[in-house]
Unconditional design. Structure first.
Length: 343
């Protein structure tokens, strides 16, 4: 079973990825949040820090690129190759209005011919392997029948499919029936991404689609960093293979590990950023997802929203870890989130 960590801008930074890799069952690949290259300087300082080898030692990291400019894509590839990368991922699924208005991300899905030309040129021009992360189309899942032949024409390493269309952002349920069709037609290994929030969801996907190359986990994994590990353990137990006792964690031990994982991220942001405010902002972004693992009481989240200073934050987090049992029932996107989290 292959599992990838999805890119989440602002959250799955090199600091987050390293802490995750250190504390939980490693993922098979970690995709960086998109790099949106600019003329003259493909990688900005923040992006260079996110991909530089010193910050990613020992992790299978795939940098993701978001652009519709062939020259910029190839310049970025050259910089990434110089840093030692052999593979990149092209983002053609980002639904954000500012991105799609410029024909990037899911903007490509409105114009398969343009995508065809783009893929032809980048596949010819780059010596790096290229994979694609996409949605089904712009407005109608049926559009995938036009898109898939385009993807099939190029030597992509793999395709990660979030089976929604752009216009849905994150609303409703992913179109699993469309994923089944895509699996039949794709010449590339196809990965499933979208709304895998509990171990049961992951089991369902592998059960329903045994030919899938694997899954990519996003919000579900951020909400519960033990998700992939717990899923893998359950599968190992089902297969009655030996699971060494050290890999089976009691809930209490798991809570301690989540605490150490949290502390590692918090300390790293404190070293990396200056002043309390940006550190607390980063931690709040993470807790937006992870809080549900500890408490579904809206008052707890409300209290966090008010936190401004380091000592208040540490008090809030300490209490949360002390007072709550873990709740593995799975992430539930808060009401109204679909528009806000529209990346
Ligand atoms: C806050 C946020 C930031 C995201 N940033 C990126 C990104 O940089 N690149 C990308 O391909 N997808 C990005 N996504 C989409 C996720 O990678 C993933 O496809 C999406 O959340 C659906 O999977 P999930 O239901 O498992 O979360 C982002 C999603 C969210 C919520």
């Amino acid at each position: 079973m292959t599992g990838y960590m999805a890119p989440l801008e602002g959250i799955t930074t090199y600091i987050y990825r390293a802490a995750y890799h250190h504390h939980f069952r490693p993922m098979d690949k970690y995709f960086t949040p998109f790099i949106s290259p600019a003329q003259k300087r493909p990688l900005r300082t923040r992006e260079t820090r996110d991909v530089c080898p010193e910050n990613n030692e020992g992790l299978p990291v795939i940098p993701q690129i978001l652009t519709n400019d062939v020259a910029l894509f190839l310049d970025t590839c050259r910089e990434l190759e110089a840093l030692g990368y052999t593979e990149v991922n092209l983002n053609i699924g980002c639904p954000s209005g500012t991105v799609t208005a410029r024909g990037k991300g899911a903007g490509f899905l409105k114009d398969p011919e343009e995508l065809d030309r783009f893929l032809e040129q980048i596949c010819q021009g780059s010596s790096l392997r290229i994979s694609v992360k996409t949605r089904l189309g712009w407005a109608d899942p049926e559009e995938f029948y036009e898109l898939l032949p385009v993807l099939n024409r190029y030597p992509l390493t793999e395709v990660i499919l979030h089976p929604r269309v752009r216009q849905e952002y994150y609303r409703g349920k992913p179109h699993r029936e469309a994923f089944a069709e895509a699996l039949k037609e794709s010449v590339h290994p196809l990965f499933y991404n979208g709304n895998l929030f509990s171990t049961r969801d992951i089991t369902e996907i592998f059960g329903q689609f045994p030919e899938t190359a694997g899954v990519m986990l996003g919000r579900g994994l951020i909400a519960d960093p033990s998700l992939w590990e717990r899923y893998s353990q359950t599968e190992a137990e089902k297969a009655a293979t030996e699971v060494s006792p050290s890999t089976i964690s009691s809930e209490e031990k798991l809570k301690d590990r989540i605490r150490s994982f949290h502390d590692e991220i918090y300390e790293a942001y404190r070293r990396d950023l200056s002043g309390d405010a940006p550190v607390i902002h980063k931690m709040k972004e993470l807790w937006f997802y992870m809080v549900q693992l500890f408490s579904r009481d809206p008052k707890v989240e409300k209290a966090l929203r008010k936190v401004q200073h380091r000592d208040e934050y540490e008090r809030w987090a300490g209490q949360l870890f002390r007072q709550n049992d873990l709740d593995f029932s799975g992430f539930v996107p808060p009401a109204g989130w679909q528009e806000k989290g529209s990346k």
